[in-house]
Design a protein around this ligand. Structure first.
Ligand code: FAD
Ligand code: NAP
Length: 321
Protein backbone atom coordinates (compact mmCIF):
# COMPACT_ATOMS: atom_id res chain seq x y z
CA UNK A 1 0.00 0.00 0.00
CA UNK A 2 1.30 3.47 -0.86
CA UNK A 3 2.36 5.53 2.12
CA UNK A 4 1.06 9.11 1.80
CA UNK A 5 2.28 11.91 4.04
CA UNK A 6 0.33 15.17 3.98
CA UNK A 7 1.78 18.42 5.23
CA UNK A 8 1.17 22.13 4.98
CA UNK A 9 4.83 22.75 4.18
CA UNK A 10 7.38 20.40 2.67
CA UNK A 11 11.04 21.39 2.51
CA UNK A 12 13.39 19.60 0.13
CA UNK A 13 16.98 19.59 1.32
CA UNK A 14 18.81 19.57 4.64
CA UNK A 15 21.65 22.01 3.94
CA UNK A 16 21.82 25.45 5.60
CA UNK A 17 18.96 26.75 3.42
CA UNK A 18 16.51 23.92 4.09
CA UNK A 19 17.25 23.66 7.81
CA UNK A 20 17.03 27.42 8.38
CA UNK A 21 13.71 27.48 6.51
CA UNK A 22 12.61 24.64 8.81
CA UNK A 23 13.62 26.50 11.99
CA UNK A 24 11.62 29.58 11.00
CA UNK A 25 8.66 27.58 9.68
CA UNK A 26 8.46 25.38 12.76
CA UNK A 27 8.61 28.37 15.07
CA UNK A 28 5.75 29.92 13.05
CA UNK A 29 3.63 26.81 13.73
CA UNK A 30 3.76 25.39 10.19
CA UNK A 31 4.97 21.94 11.38
CA UNK A 32 7.25 21.50 8.37
CA UNK A 33 8.63 18.22 7.08
CA UNK A 34 12.20 18.25 5.76
CA UNK A 35 13.18 15.59 3.23
CA UNK A 36 16.92 15.20 3.71
CA UNK A 37 18.00 13.82 0.35
CA UNK A 38 21.07 11.73 -0.26
CA UNK A 39 23.40 14.25 1.36
CA UNK A 40 22.06 14.93 4.87
CA UNK A 41 23.46 18.29 5.97
CA UNK A 42 24.36 19.27 2.40
CA UNK A 43 27.68 20.51 1.07
CA UNK A 44 28.95 21.76 4.43
CA UNK A 45 29.36 18.15 5.50
CA UNK A 46 32.11 17.80 2.87
CA UNK A 47 34.32 20.45 4.45
CA UNK A 48 36.25 20.67 7.68
CA UNK A 49 37.23 24.10 9.06
CA UNK A 50 34.59 26.82 8.78
CA UNK A 51 35.82 30.26 9.76
CA UNK A 52 33.19 32.54 8.28
CA UNK A 53 29.88 31.43 9.75
CA UNK A 54 28.87 34.20 12.16
CA UNK A 55 28.66 33.58 15.87
CA UNK A 56 31.74 31.49 16.40
CA UNK A 57 35.01 33.10 17.42
CA UNK A 58 36.88 29.83 17.02
CA UNK A 59 37.09 27.61 13.96
CA UNK A 60 34.14 25.22 13.73
CA UNK A 61 33.66 22.06 11.67
CA UNK A 62 31.18 21.94 8.78
CA UNK A 63 29.58 18.59 9.76
CA UNK A 64 29.21 19.76 13.37
CA UNK A 65 27.49 22.98 12.25
CA UNK A 66 24.99 20.99 10.21
CA UNK A 67 24.27 18.57 13.08
CA UNK A 68 23.55 21.58 15.29
CA UNK A 69 21.24 23.14 12.66
CA UNK A 70 19.30 19.90 12.34
CA UNK A 71 19.05 19.50 16.11
CA UNK A 72 17.75 23.06 16.40
CA UNK A 73 15.20 22.49 13.61
CA UNK A 74 13.95 19.30 15.29
CA UNK A 75 13.93 20.92 18.72
CA UNK A 76 11.46 23.58 17.54
CA UNK A 77 9.13 21.07 15.87
CA UNK A 78 10.45 20.04 12.45
CA UNK A 79 10.07 16.47 11.30
CA UNK A 80 13.15 15.36 9.34
CA UNK A 81 12.74 12.32 7.12
CA UNK A 82 15.40 10.32 5.33
CA UNK A 83 14.19 10.13 1.74
CA UNK A 84 15.11 11.43 -1.69
CA UNK A 85 12.49 12.93 -3.99
CA UNK A 86 12.48 11.40 -7.47
CA UNK A 87 9.28 12.83 -8.96
CA UNK A 88 7.47 16.14 -8.61
CA UNK A 89 4.04 17.21 -9.81
CA UNK A 90 3.56 20.93 -9.33
CA UNK A 91 0.58 21.17 -11.70
CA UNK A 92 -1.86 19.85 -9.11
CA UNK A 93 -2.77 21.12 -5.66
CA UNK A 94 -1.79 20.09 -3.11
CA UNK A 95 1.61 19.54 -4.76
CA UNK A 96 2.52 15.88 -5.06
CA UNK A 97 6.06 14.55 -4.68
CA UNK A 98 7.29 10.98 -4.76
CA UNK A 99 10.14 9.63 -2.65
CA UNK A 100 12.70 7.04 -3.61
CA UNK A 101 10.82 4.21 -1.87
CA UNK A 102 7.43 5.22 -3.30
CA UNK A 103 6.20 7.40 -0.40
CA UNK A 104 3.91 10.18 -1.66
CA UNK A 105 4.27 13.63 -0.10
CA UNK A 106 1.27 15.91 -0.46
CA UNK A 107 2.04 19.55 0.38
CA UNK A 108 0.14 22.86 0.33
CA UNK A 109 3.43 24.74 0.00
CA UNK A 110 6.89 23.67 -1.05
CA UNK A 111 10.34 25.06 -0.31
CA UNK A 112 13.07 23.83 -2.64
CA UNK A 113 16.55 23.86 -1.08
CA UNK A 114 18.20 21.10 -3.09
CA UNK A 115 21.50 22.96 -3.44
CA UNK A 116 24.16 22.04 -5.91
CA UNK A 117 26.35 19.08 -6.84
CA UNK A 118 30.03 18.90 -7.78
CA UNK A 119 30.90 19.27 -11.46
CA UNK A 120 33.26 16.88 -13.18
CA UNK A 121 35.48 17.53 -16.19
CA UNK A 122 33.59 14.99 -18.28
CA UNK A 123 36.54 12.93 -19.54
CA UNK A 124 36.01 9.16 -20.05
CA UNK A 125 39.28 8.48 -18.20
CA UNK A 126 38.01 10.59 -15.27
CA UNK A 127 34.80 8.58 -15.13
CA UNK A 128 36.85 5.37 -15.26
CA UNK A 129 39.09 6.48 -12.39
CA UNK A 130 36.37 7.72 -10.01
CA UNK A 131 37.06 6.04 -6.68
CA UNK A 132 40.45 4.84 -7.94
CA UNK A 133 42.29 8.15 -7.70
CA UNK A 134 39.81 10.68 -9.09
CA UNK A 135 37.65 12.43 -6.50
CA UNK A 136 35.52 15.58 -6.24
CA UNK A 137 36.03 16.00 -2.50
CA UNK A 138 39.48 16.30 -0.95
CA UNK A 139 38.06 16.74 2.52
CA UNK A 140 36.21 13.43 2.15
CA UNK A 141 38.88 11.36 0.41
CA UNK A 142 42.16 13.19 1.13
CA UNK A 143 43.01 10.92 4.03
CA UNK A 144 43.47 8.03 1.57
CA UNK A 145 46.36 9.85 -0.11
CA UNK A 146 48.62 10.30 2.91
CA UNK A 147 52.22 10.79 1.82
CA UNK A 148 51.31 10.64 -1.89
CA UNK A 149 51.64 13.24 -4.64
CA UNK A 150 48.25 14.75 -5.48
CA UNK A 151 46.73 17.36 -7.76
CA UNK A 152 43.75 19.65 -7.34
CA UNK A 153 42.05 21.00 -10.45
CA UNK A 154 40.35 24.42 -10.42
CA UNK A 155 40.96 28.02 -9.42
CA UNK A 156 38.09 28.95 -7.10
CA UNK A 157 37.76 28.93 -3.31
CA UNK A 158 37.06 25.22 -3.22
CA UNK A 159 40.16 24.29 -5.23
CA UNK A 160 42.43 26.54 -3.18
CA UNK A 161 41.00 25.32 0.12
CA UNK A 162 41.30 21.72 -0.99
CA UNK A 163 44.93 22.24 -2.08
CA UNK A 164 45.77 23.77 1.31
CA UNK A 165 43.85 21.03 3.11
CA UNK A 166 45.72 18.33 1.19
CA UNK A 167 49.03 19.58 2.59
CA UNK A 168 47.86 18.00 5.88
CA UNK A 169 48.30 14.67 4.13
CA UNK A 170 50.82 15.27 1.38
CA UNK A 171 54.08 17.17 0.98
CA UNK A 172 53.58 17.57 -2.77
CA UNK A 173 50.36 19.16 -3.90
CA UNK A 174 49.92 20.61 -7.39
CA UNK A 175 47.12 23.02 -8.22
CA UNK A 176 46.20 22.98 -11.90
CA UNK A 177 44.32 25.96 -13.27
CA UNK A 178 43.21 26.70 -16.81
CA UNK A 179 44.05 30.42 -16.62
CA UNK A 180 46.89 32.52 -15.22
CA UNK A 181 45.02 33.95 -12.24
CA UNK A 182 42.81 32.46 -9.54
CA UNK A 183 39.16 33.21 -8.88
CA UNK A 184 39.55 32.42 -5.15
CA UNK A 185 39.35 35.11 -2.42
CA UNK A 186 42.61 36.98 -1.82
CA UNK A 187 43.08 35.70 1.72
CA UNK A 188 42.97 32.12 0.44
CA UNK A 189 45.32 32.92 -2.43
CA UNK A 190 47.81 34.44 0.03
CA UNK A 191 47.73 31.24 2.10
CA UNK A 192 48.16 29.11 -0.99
CA UNK A 193 51.15 31.02 -2.32
CA UNK A 194 52.80 31.01 1.12
CA UNK A 195 52.51 27.24 1.43
CA UNK A 196 55.82 25.58 0.50
CA UNK A 197 54.12 22.26 -0.25
CA UNK A 198 51.96 23.61 -3.08
CA UNK A 199 53.03 24.36 -6.62
CA UNK A 200 50.70 25.86 -9.21
CA UNK A 201 50.61 24.90 -12.86
CA UNK A 202 48.99 27.77 -14.75
CA UNK A 203 47.23 27.69 -18.14
CA UNK A 204 46.74 23.95 -18.09
CA UNK A 205 43.80 21.59 -18.45
CA UNK A 206 43.59 17.86 -17.86
CA UNK A 207 43.60 15.92 -21.12
CA UNK A 208 43.56 12.48 -19.50
CA UNK A 209 43.66 10.65 -16.18
CA UNK A 210 46.53 8.17 -16.59
CA UNK A 211 46.38 4.84 -14.79
CA UNK A 212 48.20 1.55 -14.46
CA UNK A 213 49.05 -1.33 -12.16
CA UNK A 214 47.02 -4.14 -10.69
CA UNK A 215 44.75 -3.27 -9.01
CA UNK A 216 44.44 -0.31 -11.35
CA UNK A 217 45.26 3.05 -9.77
CA UNK A 218 45.89 6.60 -10.90
CA UNK A 219 49.53 7.20 -11.81
CA UNK A 220 49.36 10.66 -13.34
CA UNK A 221 47.64 13.30 -15.41
CA UNK A 222 48.26 14.30 -19.01
CA UNK A 223 48.03 18.10 -19.12
CA UNK A 224 47.40 20.29 -22.14
CA UNK A 225 48.75 23.85 -22.16
CA UNK A 226 45.71 26.05 -22.84
CA UNK A 227 47.84 28.56 -24.77
CA UNK A 228 50.16 26.39 -26.83
CA UNK A 229 48.32 23.07 -26.87
CA UNK A 230 51.53 21.31 -25.77
CA UNK A 231 51.07 18.11 -23.76
CA UNK A 232 53.00 17.08 -20.65
CA UNK A 233 52.58 14.40 -18.01
CA UNK A 234 52.76 14.82 -14.25
CA UNK A 235 52.91 12.00 -11.71
CA UNK A 236 50.14 11.97 -9.11
CA UNK A 237 48.25 9.25 -7.27
CA UNK A 238 45.24 11.36 -6.42
CA UNK A 239 43.44 14.06 -8.44
CA UNK A 240 40.72 16.20 -6.89
CA UNK A 241 38.37 17.94 -9.31
CA UNK A 242 37.17 21.19 -7.73
CA UNK A 243 35.63 23.14 -10.60
CA UNK A 244 32.32 24.17 -9.09
CA UNK A 245 28.83 22.84 -8.83
CA UNK A 246 25.61 22.40 -10.80
CA UNK A 247 22.23 23.21 -9.25
CA UNK A 248 20.10 20.16 -8.41
CA UNK A 249 17.10 21.16 -10.51
CA UNK A 250 16.58 18.30 -13.01
CA UNK A 251 13.40 17.34 -11.15
CA UNK A 252 11.82 20.70 -11.84
CA UNK A 253 12.74 21.18 -15.51
CA UNK A 254 9.63 21.92 -17.53
CA UNK A 255 7.66 22.86 -14.41
CA UNK A 256 9.58 25.76 -12.88
CA UNK A 257 11.35 28.61 -14.65
CA UNK A 258 15.09 27.93 -14.65
CA UNK A 259 17.82 30.22 -15.97
CA UNK A 260 20.29 29.25 -18.70
CA UNK A 261 22.57 27.57 -16.13
CA UNK A 262 19.69 25.59 -14.60
CA UNK A 263 19.26 27.72 -11.44
CA UNK A 264 15.67 28.27 -10.24
CA UNK A 265 14.51 31.77 -11.07
CA UNK A 266 12.86 33.72 -8.29
CA UNK A 267 11.14 37.07 -8.19
CA UNK A 268 13.78 39.66 -7.25
CA UNK A 269 13.98 40.28 -3.52
CA UNK A 270 11.87 37.21 -2.69
CA UNK A 271 12.09 33.42 -2.87
CA UNK A 272 8.89 33.14 -4.95
CA UNK A 273 9.13 31.01 -8.09
CA UNK A 274 6.77 31.26 -11.06
CA UNK A 275 4.38 28.83 -9.31
CA UNK A 276 2.52 30.35 -6.34
CA UNK A 277 3.25 28.31 -3.23
CA UNK A 278 6.63 27.06 -4.49
CA UNK A 279 9.69 28.81 -3.04
CA UNK A 280 13.40 28.32 -3.68
CA UNK A 281 16.36 29.18 -1.45
CA UNK A 282 20.09 28.59 -1.13
CA UNK A 283 22.51 27.45 -3.82
CA UNK A 284 19.73 26.10 -6.01
CA UNK A 285 18.69 29.69 -6.82
CA UNK A 286 21.90 31.61 -6.05
CA UNK A 287 24.88 31.31 -8.36
CA UNK A 288 26.62 34.42 -7.10
CA UNK A 289 27.13 34.19 -3.34
CA UNK A 290 26.85 30.43 -2.63
CA UNK A 291 27.75 30.60 1.05
CA UNK A 292 26.32 28.84 4.07
CA UNK A 293 25.23 32.12 5.58
CA UNK A 294 23.52 33.37 2.40
CA UNK A 295 21.84 29.98 1.98
CA UNK A 296 20.62 30.26 5.57
CA UNK A 297 19.47 33.84 4.90
CA UNK A 298 17.41 32.90 1.87
CA UNK A 299 16.11 29.88 3.81
CA UNK A 300 14.72 32.29 6.37
CA UNK A 301 13.16 34.36 3.56
CA UNK A 302 11.55 31.25 2.05
CA UNK A 303 9.91 30.31 5.35
CA UNK A 304 8.53 33.84 5.76
CA UNK A 305 7.29 33.86 2.15
CA UNK A 306 5.67 30.44 2.64
CA UNK A 307 4.02 31.55 5.88
CA UNK A 308 2.48 34.54 4.09
CA UNK A 309 1.28 32.31 1.24
CA UNK A 310 -0.32 29.74 3.55
CA UNK A 311 -1.96 32.43 5.69
CA UNK A 312 -3.48 34.06 2.57
CA UNK A 313 -4.73 30.67 1.36
CA UNK A 314 -6.36 29.91 4.69
CA UNK A 315 -7.96 33.38 4.79
CA UNK A 316 -9.40 32.85 1.29
CA UNK A 317 -10.73 29.42 2.27
CA UNK A 318 -12.43 30.89 5.36
CA UNK A 319 -13.87 33.80 3.37
CA UNK A 320 -15.32 31.36 0.81
CA UNK A 321 -17.18 29.37 3.50
P1 FAD B 1 23.35 22.22 0.00
O1 FAD B 1 24.25 22.41 1.13
O2 FAD B 1 23.92 21.83 -1.32
O3 FAD B 1 22.25 21.13 0.41
C1 FAD B 1 21.35 20.60 -0.53
C2 FAD B 1 20.45 19.58 0.16
O4 FAD B 1 19.43 19.17 -0.76
C3 FAD B 1 21.17 18.32 0.60
O5 FAD B 1 20.77 17.98 1.90
C4 FAD B 1 20.67 17.25 -0.38
O6 FAD B 1 20.63 15.96 0.18
C5 FAD B 1 19.26 17.77 -0.66
N1 FAD B 1 18.69 17.31 -1.92
C6 FAD B 1 19.17 17.40 -3.19
N2 FAD B 1 18.34 16.82 -4.08
C7 FAD B 1 17.28 16.35 -3.34
C8 FAD B 1 16.11 15.63 -3.68
N3 FAD B 1 15.82 15.28 -4.94
N4 FAD B 1 15.27 15.29 -2.68
C9 FAD B 1 15.52 15.66 -1.40
N5 FAD B 1 16.62 16.35 -1.02
C10 FAD B 1 17.48 16.67 -1.99
N6 FAD B 1 30.29 28.23 2.60
C11 FAD B 1 30.62 29.00 3.66
O7 FAD B 1 29.87 29.89 4.01
N7 FAD B 1 31.75 28.79 4.37
C12 FAD B 1 32.60 27.78 4.07
O8 FAD B 1 33.64 27.62 4.72
C13 FAD B 1 32.28 26.94 2.97
N8 FAD B 1 33.08 25.91 2.65
C14 FAD B 1 32.72 25.10 1.62
C15 FAD B 1 33.55 24.01 1.30
C16 FAD B 1 33.22 23.16 0.28
C17 FAD B 1 34.13 21.99 -0.04
C18 FAD B 1 32.03 23.39 -0.48
C19 FAD B 1 31.66 22.46 -1.61
C20 FAD B 1 31.22 24.48 -0.18
C21 FAD B 1 31.55 25.34 0.86
N9 FAD B 1 30.76 26.43 1.18
C22 FAD B 1 31.09 27.22 2.24
C23 FAD B 1 29.52 26.70 0.45
C24 FAD B 1 28.29 26.13 1.24
O9 FAD B 1 28.52 24.79 1.63
C25 FAD B 1 27.03 26.18 0.39
O10 FAD B 1 26.84 27.50 -0.05
C26 FAD B 1 25.79 25.75 1.19
O11 FAD B 1 25.95 24.45 1.70
C27 FAD B 1 24.53 25.78 0.32
O12 FAD B 1 23.47 25.36 1.12
P2 FAD B 1 22.11 24.81 0.52
O13 FAD B 1 21.28 24.47 1.70
O14 FAD B 1 21.57 25.73 -0.49
O15 FAD B 1 22.47 23.50 -0.30
P1 NAP C 1 33.76 28.46 -8.60
O1 NAP C 1 33.93 29.67 -7.77
O2 NAP C 1 32.68 28.42 -9.64
O3 NAP C 1 35.16 28.16 -9.30
C1 NAP C 1 35.32 27.10 -10.22
C2 NAP C 1 36.76 27.07 -10.73
O4 NAP C 1 36.95 25.93 -11.57
C3 NAP C 1 37.11 28.31 -11.53
O5 NAP C 1 38.42 28.71 -11.24
C4 NAP C 1 36.99 27.81 -12.97
O6 NAP C 1 37.90 28.42 -13.84
C5 NAP C 1 37.38 26.35 -12.86
N1 NAP C 1 36.71 25.53 -13.87
C6 NAP C 1 35.38 25.50 -14.16
N2 NAP C 1 35.13 24.59 -15.13
C7 NAP C 1 36.32 24.06 -15.46
C8 NAP C 1 36.72 23.07 -16.41
N3 NAP C 1 35.84 22.42 -17.19
N4 NAP C 1 38.03 22.77 -16.50
C9 NAP C 1 38.95 23.38 -15.70
N5 NAP C 1 38.63 24.33 -14.77
C10 NAP C 1 37.33 24.65 -14.67
O7 NAP C 1 33.48 27.15 -7.68
P2 NAP C 1 33.95 26.80 -6.18
O8 NAP C 1 35.38 27.10 -6.00
O9 NAP C 1 33.47 25.42 -5.95
O10 NAP C 1 33.12 27.79 -5.25
C11 NAP C 1 31.68 27.72 -5.31
C12 NAP C 1 31.08 28.71 -4.32
O11 NAP C 1 31.28 28.23 -2.99
C13 NAP C 1 31.73 30.08 -4.43
O12 NAP C 1 30.75 31.06 -4.30
C14 NAP C 1 32.67 30.13 -3.27
O13 NAP C 1 32.86 31.45 -2.79
C15 NAP C 1 31.96 29.23 -2.24
N6 NAP C 1 32.97 28.66 -1.35
C16 NAP C 1 33.32 29.43 -0.29
C17 NAP C 1 34.31 29.00 0.55
C18 NAP C 1 34.70 29.90 1.68
O14 NAP C 1 34.07 30.93 1.85
N7 NAP C 1 35.71 29.57 2.45
C19 NAP C 1 34.94 27.79 0.31
C20 NAP C 1 34.57 27.02 -0.79
C21 NAP C 1 33.58 27.49 -1.63
P3 NAP C 1 37.77 29.97 -14.25
O15 NAP C 1 38.25 30.72 -13.05
O16 NAP C 1 38.65 30.05 -15.43
O17 NAP C 1 36.32 30.18 -14.56
Amino acid sequence: MTNTISTRLLILGSGPAGLTAAIYAARAGMAPIVVQGIQPGGQMTTTTDVENYPGFRNVIQGPWLMEEMQAQAEHVGTKVVWDHITKVDLARRPFRLTGDGGTIYSADALIIATGAQAKWLGLPSEEHMKGKGASACATCDGFFYRGKKVAVIGGGNTAVEEAIYMTNHSQEVTLIHRRDSLRAEKILQDRLFANPHIQVIWNAEVAEFVSGGMPEALTGLALRDTQTGALRNIEVEGAFVAIGHSPATELFAGQLELDADGYIQVEVGTTRTNIPGVFACGDVMDKIYRQAVTAAGTGCMAALDAEKFLAAQEYEALAAE
